[in-house]
Design a protein around this ligand. Structure first.
Ligand SMILES: C=C(O[C@H]1C=CC=C(C(=O)O)[C@@H]1O)C(=O)O
Length: 370
């Protein structure tokens, strides 16, 4: 593992693109190292790693497996990081930022009450100066703390370093089986205590479920929904419904582009909420609330334990999988400054101060490791 981080550090120094990532509950660190810094857009017919912005009309990136050096490395947990203080980190509230965000929330709630929108997901950036922190150390801490999340560090010289630990799947696809999720509603996690979800939270999550089912109807006659359950994500808990359906490979690209952005990160009606967000949020989301992950990546079937002894495993071309995640609980690092991105779903029954507080709670996911 140490060699992998050394390699990634020198890739970063040489300003060459790369990504290291670990999928939820996996013990394997996957990596793509690119030989040059060309900015290529995603080819859904190829295999590789994609990185999409919230606003799909903007540049997306694709690390093509054919051109990349791809490696899988076993994670040795006690090599990850020495103990560190995992307690909550408080940052001083910036009164101006708070006032401006609360104003935007209040205006949006007004429009929602008028019935112009059903839901709008608003967000804000949080800027921090970093105390000489090595981004790979931050990444290792994320790996250590968030075993159930998709944890990644991605770099392209055009965009800087992005890091995240997202709990949300956009699409898992393998052999005609598509899995996705409707995740929304947020409370602070309290051990042994069931959150008492309000109607506002139930409604904002139901919007996501209904939207996904409707989108899938174009491609399949039937989709399966799990019970809605509590899904823990670090210090938070969300409402979630797992959704699955049989989808033909030829439709996969269109399904992905139809699902994004779901009302978990955008709102309803989708286009109207998206335009509202782009016009009214006072900053650019860039890749926050976009999606990232593997497209058609060949997977080794029944990889045996004994094969895993070497640090680096060669991949064998067999069945391919697509594993995409919504880019939440993420940050961008540029010039020793970090920008965290946090948001939340707003409906007619929202309260502006509560929504402000929720974004503060969400920022703890990353503040804990900085
Ligand atoms: C938009 C975010 O979270 C989404 C996912 C889960 C719960 C959410 C909520 O309760 O509003 C959001 O829809 C974010 O973390 O920035």
């Amino acid at each position: 593992m140490k060699n992998l981080f050394k390699k990634a550090s020198s890739q970063l120094q040489n300003k060459l693109p790369f990504v290291l990532y670990r999928q939820p509950k996996s013990g394997i660190l996957q990596s793509f190292f690119m030989p040059d810094s060309k900015a290529e857009s995603t080819k859904f017919s190829s295999s590789g790693f994609c990185f999409f912005p919230f606003d799909n009309t903007q540049q997306n990136y694709f690390f093509d497996l054919e051109k990349a050096v791809y490696e899988e490395t076993e994670i040795i947990k006690n090599e990850l990081v020495e103990e560190f203080n995992k307690s909550n980190t408080s940052i001083e509230e910036n009164e101006d930022e708070k006032r401006i965000y609360i104003q935007l929330l209040s205006e949006s709630i007004y429009l929602l009450k008028q019935g112009e929108y059903q839901k709008i997901v608003l967000s804000r950036p949080i800027q921090l100066s970093l105390k000489n922190q090595n981004p790979f150390e931050t990444f290792q801490k994320l790996l250590y703390v968030y075993q159930d999340a998709m944890v990644y560090i991605w770099f392209h010289p055009n965009e800087g370093i992005w890091l995240g630990a997202t709990p949300e799947t956009l699409v898992h696809y393998s052999q005609s089986n598509l899995k996705t999720m409707a995740l929304a509603g947020t409370r602070l996690y309290e051990a042994h205590k069931q959150p008492n979800w309000s109607n506002k939270e139930k409604e904002e999550q139901a919007f996501v479920s209904t939207y996904i089912q409707q989108k899938l109807k174009k491609y399949t006659t039937h989709s399966n929904l799990s019970e809605t359950y509590n899904k823990q994500a670090g210090n938070l808990v969300h409402l979630n419904t797992d959704i699955s359906a049989r989808i033909q490979q030829k439709d996969l690209q269109q399904v992905i582009l139809d699902l994004h952005p779901t009302p978990a990160v955008c709102g309803l009606p989708t286009e109207k909420a998206k335009n509202y967000i782009l016009e009214n949020e006072q900053y650019k989301r860039e890749f926050y609330a976009g999606f990232l992950g593997e497209i058609n990546l060949p997977k080794e079937k029944n990889r045996s334990r004994s094969n895993r002894n070497q640090e680096t495993l060669a991949i064998k071309h067999r069945r391919a999988e697509t594993n995409l995640y919504v880019n939440l609980r993420c940050m961008k690092i540029k010039d020793r400054k970090a920008q965290l991105f946090v948001g939340g779903g707003v409906t007619a029954s929202s309260n502006a101060t509560d929504e402000w507080k929720e974004t503060g709670d969400k920022s703890q996911t990353l503040l804990k490791v900085l």
